[in-house]
Design a protein around this ligand. Sequence first.
Ligand SMILES: [Zn+2]
Length: 110
Amino acid sequence: MTSDEWASTPFPSYTEAQETEITRRSPVADVIGEHTSIHRLEDGAYRGACPFCNRPDTLEVFPETGRWRCSNCLETGDVMIFINKFLGLWRADAYKFLADRAGLNFEVGA
Ligand SMILES: [Zn+2]
């Protein structure tokens, strides 16, 4: 691919329906548990090591709301924000990462 072709290639993005399906297939505790050590608590939430400040027991993950937060460094977000912060992937790339992880073979922009 020449640089001209690269520049004229539209930035790929998934449709809203594809993004919804990708998010549905990416449970927050499953995805985070693949990147840092967390364990399930009695109330259904998870606790474990925060990969952002490296404290062993400050990350909390809430499957019911799909959100996570760290009580030490105060980083917080949903599964997309975790992938963005942890892997440095922005929107389309983060969705692509999660789609591949979930085994979804969506064509971008189809
Ligand atoms: Zn932290």
